[in-house]
Ligand binder design. Structure first.
Ligand code: GDP
Ligand code: MN
Length: 379
């Protein structure tokens, strides 16, 4: 689950990380009122769950409450990367001397969290990571020992932070680490962490991703979920209890079981295709769930073919077939579909699908090869 900037910064503040004063507004009038209370220049920031808001015009500085109102009205009408702006954060404006990047995420290869920092912070950290990876320092954190004092000093030195800021930098780094672990986050990021004109460190932006599988022990966080701002596919998938993750390829996949889903994606890639999603319909899925899954897959305009790879254990293949047929009635797919059914009631499932104009396959290899060809219009 993604948190908004204002939600992330409120959490950071509880861990002693300095943030600008400010509040969130849903209307231009509210923004004006907040600007009046703050006094002086303010920055109006679109609260959408994507990065790169600055470049998209979603962050503007206003010199007085009237301008804050006008800019808020403008930003509240925007869509950023397809997401409507429903709220803006009105923060007191900062004068920036230096922009630093500071973030923590899980390094799966190293099997532990990694803290990353760079003196080249600001809006283009992805480009820095790609073109000048040496400008990003990485320090792995032992999850049992936590972030150590010497590690924070190592980072401060590596990014050439002025000596007099090391103490406050350490407090911020430690606060970020605690916010990260105590909220079961998979990402906690400050970009930029600035040095302002007074020479003080200040977290200007904030981003947190929370591990969905840990939300049951953070009911307060689960309430922060902003359904309006999520990709509608993800909201719908959650409603039906499907594990769905959108990817960038062209082959939609419907599979039961996470292991089988991973294998199917691997085999698609082996034959030169790219999966459009990860989707696990789970064990014992009924027709309704299958229909929902197919609707979600087909909503992605990149999908050029669909591969069904179902192993009928608890799940019954005839139920799956009925779900496919029901969904096809409703969504009228215009892409080729390849189906491989094995296990419980597979025969009956295949018979049901016989007249449905689908490509069938006996093995996963055959199914993946057909799906790859079909996605290229070669079948
Ligand atoms: P993002 O583009 O979504 O990452 O949004 P950020 O909150 O990181 O803002 C993007 C950029 O806008 C920052 O790197 C700053 O350069 C600039 N910015 C944000 N807030 C302020 C502010 O209060 N004052 C000034 N001068 N610039 C700001
Ligand atoms: Mn940012």
């Amino acid at each position: 689950m993604k948190l908004h900037e204002y939600q992330s910064k409120q959490i950071f503040a509880r861990y002693g990380i300095p943030i600008p004063q400010g509040r969130v507004a849903a209307t231009a009038e509210e923004a004006k009122q907040i600007a009046r209370e703050l006094g002086g220049r303010v920055v109006i920031k679109a609260q959408v769950l994507v990065g790169g808001r600055g470049k998209a015009g979603g962050i503007k500085v206003a010199k007085d409450p009237d301008e804050a109102e006008a800019l808020a009205a403008q930003i509240l009408q925007m869509q950023i990367k397809g997401l409507p702006v429903r709220k803006v954060l009105v923060d007191e404006a900062a004068s920036i001397q230096t922009e630093i990047y500071l973030g923590i995420t899980n390094d799966r290869l190293a099997r532990r969290p990694v803290m990353m920092a760079s003196a080249a912070g600001g809006v283009d950290i992805e480009e820095v990571a790609r073109d000048m990876p040496e400008k990003i320092v990485k320090v792995h954190i032992d999850p049992l020992l936590g972030l150590r004092e010497y590690q924070m000093r190592d980072i401060a030195a590596a990014i050439d932070l002025p000596r007099e800021l090391w103490r406050s930098f350490s407090a911020i780094a430690l606060g970020l680490w605690r916010a990260y672990t105590e909220h079961d986050a998979t990402l906690a990021e400050i970009n930029p962490l600035i040095i302002n004109q007074e020479g003080k460190l200040l977290a200007l932006d904030g981003k947190m991703l929370i591990d969905d599988n840990a939300l049951f022990r953070h009911p307060d966080l689960a309430e922060l979920r902003d359904v309006d701002e999520e990709a509608s596919e993800e909201t719908e998938a959650r409603k039906y209890g499907l594990s769905y993750i959108k990817l960038n390829g062209t082959i939609g996949c419907m599979v039961n079981g996470a292991g089988l889903a991973m294998t199917s994606m691997d085999v698609i890639k082996l034959f030169g295709g790219e999966p459009a999603n990860f989707l696990d319909i789970g064990g014992g899925a009924g027709a309704e769930k299958v229909a929902a899954a197919l609707r979600i897959i087909l909503r992605d305009p990149n999908v050029k073919a669909v591969l069904f790879n179902i192993f009928g254990g608890i799940t019954r293949c005839d139920e799956v077939a009925r779900g496919i047929l029901a969904a096809m009635d409703e969504v009228k797919p215009n892409v080729p579909m390849v189906v491989r059914l094995v296990g419980t009631n597979a025969e009956e499932g295949r018979r049901l699908l016989e007249n449905a104009n689908m490509l069938t396959a006996e093995t996963l290899v055959e199914a993946a090869q057909k799906a790859v060809k079909a996605s290229r219009g070669e079948l």
